[in-house]
Design a protein. Sequence first.
Length: 389
Amino acid sequence: MLLLKNAKIYPITGHVIENGQMLIDDNGKIKAIGTQIKTPAGANELDLAGKTVLPGLVDIHSHVGIWGDGEGPTGYDGNEKPAPVNPKISALDAANPWQRSFAGAREGGITTLQILPGSGNPIGGLAFACKTVGTIIDDMVIKNPTGLKGALGENPKKNHGQNLKHAPSTRMGTASMIKGYFEQVKRYLDKQEKAAAAGQAFYKDLQYEPGAMVLKKEIPFRVHAHRHDDIVTAVRLCEELGVNYTIEHCTDGHLIADFLAEHQVTACVGPGLSPSSKVETANFTDANPAILHRAGVKVCLMTDHPFLNCRHFIVYGAISSKYGISVNDTLKMMTLNPAEELGIADRVGSLEVGKDADFIILNGHPFSYKTAIEATYIEGKKVWELPVI
């Protein structure tokens, strides 16, 4: 067992615990948390006087392990071409746990992340959630799948209409392909139901099974949309289909915050600290999370690694917080909110008894520019520490 003591602990689900203690059992679970915990016989003690303890960060939108960090173009496995509709592929089959990006995530205090395909296709494939330490990706998985990736806007147009000279070449074409795919899925499910009623064999089609999971609300549709009109299109499409969904990036969300709140949209916002590198990000502002939060939108921050390097995720939280979000609410956007959205809050996202002992140790206020992450722990084991220079 391991007992942390004398730390300032942010459990996320409750008040900050000054001079806090946290007991971790031999299975990597939180056994107790508070101010007065009796040290069990044989337990190791870690005195964290002057230190801060946070839950491990949860990055809800990342391409860690599939985007070629340290490998170059040969490692760019995020988008399958040339077909624009690729629901049957999975990011799990591309994730490389030895890629340096996983070490970067641990350095950045990220202990759990969702890895998604890229946004080059109207339907891009399946996402999954995993821990950030390990050598066999299957052993690192917490939940698979966690969603089906969709995309609107410039990326599908560019990858297909401009580069490959086939549809979709417009926003209209992209939306119609998404609608057309789910209409095919509806017919597939109807045939499946009729076959079951008649006692006949029915063979699964991997092209339609992911869409069936979305329509049956087993997984959400996670739609890449930056510009305000693309966001509105995504909401319209998903509500016509009657599916659970998230808006990924939501760059123009601040322009339509009341609309998103009215429709109870979950906005996965980021990457932060970014230039307006294309037309659809012209209205980018780091005030976006705060504006959405004040409007009543559930916000999750994300890195979109490598587009915001995962080593600097906590800096994005600091920048977002300066627009008037409380420290705890900002941390919630980086921990509990994404854990809830991924359906894994029973294990991660806050420091509570029974949850995985995933946490990070800092040497000061979470959002001070002087503060450094000193160590990252996953299931009670140290997986990264600040090097001594």
